[in-house]
Design a protein. Structure first.
Length: 405
């Protein structure tokens, strides 16, 4: 190699890092022969002219690699979404025909499902690079690589950089990266359940009740929801929402997640049995104030309502004694059956029955229909106390045996 050729090669090596990755003026094509001819004219002392003489030097231009990768700065696909496409272009900024291969850095939340070059789809990066390596790209020409990708749920508002780096096949050290930020827009959605739940409650008398609503973030980004509890008609009074006193609060929920929100309330003591009242909770997105959803319960007021009967029987506990037509005799044993029935819509408890016996009879004994009764007598009054509760529709009774004086 001549000194001149070595100098050109050294210059090319020094320039190569600056050529990769940026557009530049058209370079002298590889293989071009550059010829430079100098001409000398002269005379002698007497003014005689002579034929000019020339000297020529030629050099041949070698290969200087260059690649320039480009892509959009930002794209905004939906989250979630599939079948998205993103085009990357690689320009041969060198001075001769070259081929390229590419590498990708794919962020979390994005999955590449294929690559397209020249109308052909490749499933894997290895297949893509095998095709690119034999695809000649002439000086100043470009090749476009289209990436097909999906975006995972819950990525609204995220910035996910996808980078492609293009390498020269002839000079692999020559490379250029380009990055596109995949930034799905925020999409807000919320669901509050139940829609039409029911609960039966007694008048509070100091008791606080609570109902649980489930708030679901159906959007694609973490969202903070304002919560508003409401009721109408005066039957219910709100105590707190999600632990905050009053009718309002807030909750932050990740995309796709849920939160249980408790609404605490009381029922008016004067509320009549069978009264119904609505209890609602509305969640409104702060990412998009136009997005909200209510959930609801219908609260029904229930009360216990006892009815009681007392019937006289002969001592066999089977034959009733008609208080108008039948007669009892002194010295005869008779039995009273006292029964209580819960005709209300809520369980009754702390049931106590007091029966002052008339002076014409003498108390003998008492017994309950089943376990749970505590029966006592004092000063001619029989008291029967029932342990536990008496469910709606249920009946319990006990017997009092007396002797007619």
């Amino acid at each position: 190699m001549t000194k001149t050729m070595r100098a050109i090669a050294v210059a090319a090596m020094a320039l190569a890092p600056f050529v990769a990755g940026r557009a530049q003026a058209q370079l002298t094509p590889e293989g071009t022969t550059i010829t430079n001819t100098a001409t000398a004219s002269y005379t002698d002392a007497n003014g005689n002219t002579y034929t000019n003489v020339t000297a020529t030097a030629s050099v041949i231009v070698g290969f200087l690699p260059g690649v320039d990768a480009a892509s959009p700065a930002t794209v905004t696909p939906a989250s979630p979404s599939t079948g998205n496409s993103l085009a990357f272009t690689v320009t041969n900024t060198g001075n001769g025909t070259d081929s390229v291969n590419v590498a990708f850095s794919v962020p979390s939340g994005v999955a590449v499902t294929g690559y397209v070059v020249g109308g052909t789809t490749y499933t894997t990066l290895a297949e893509l690079n095998a095709a690119l390596s034999v695809l000649p790209v002439t000086q100043a020409s470009t090749v476009t690589v289209t990436v097909i990708y999906t975006v995972a749920p819950g990525k609204g508002g995220s910035t996910m950089p996808l980078t492609m780096t293009a390498h020269s096949i002839r000079t692999p050290a020559t490379q250029d990266p380009t990055t596109t930020n995949i930034s799905p827009p925020v999409s807000a959605a919320v669901s509050v359940t139940p829609d039409g739940g029911t609960a039966s409650r007694l008048p509070s008398n100091g008791t606080q009740y609570s109902e649980t609503f489930v708030v679901t973030n159906n959007g694609n980004a973490t969202d903070t929801y304002t919560l508003l509890g409401a009721t109408t008609g005066g039957t219910l009074t709100l105590v707190s929402v999600n632990g905050t006193a009053g009718t309002g609060s807030s909750v932050t929920i990740a995309a796709g997640a849920t939160a249980n929100v408790t609404v605490v309330y009381t029922v008016a003591n004067a509320a009549a049995a069978g009264t119904t009242a609505p209890l609602t909770l509305t969640a409104t997105s702060t990412n998009n104030a136009a997005i909200s959803d209510p959930g609801s319960y219908t609260i029904t007021v229930v009360k216990a309502q006892l009815t009681m009967s007392k019937t006289a029987y002969k001592d066999d506990q089977t034959t009733t004694i008609n208080g108008t037509t039948d007669r009892v005799l002194p010295g005869q044993y008779i039995q009273y059956k006292i029964a209580v029935t819960n005709a209300g819509t809520a369980a009754a408890q702390t049931i106590s029955i007091s029966d002052p016996l008339p002076s014409e009879v003498t108390y003998q004994s008492a017994s309950g229909d089943a376990a749970g009764w505590t029966i006592s007598t004092a000063s001619g009054t029989v008291t029967g106390t029932l342990t536990g509760t008496l469910a709606p529709g249920a009946t319990r009774y006990f017997w009092i045996r007396v002797l007619v004086k």
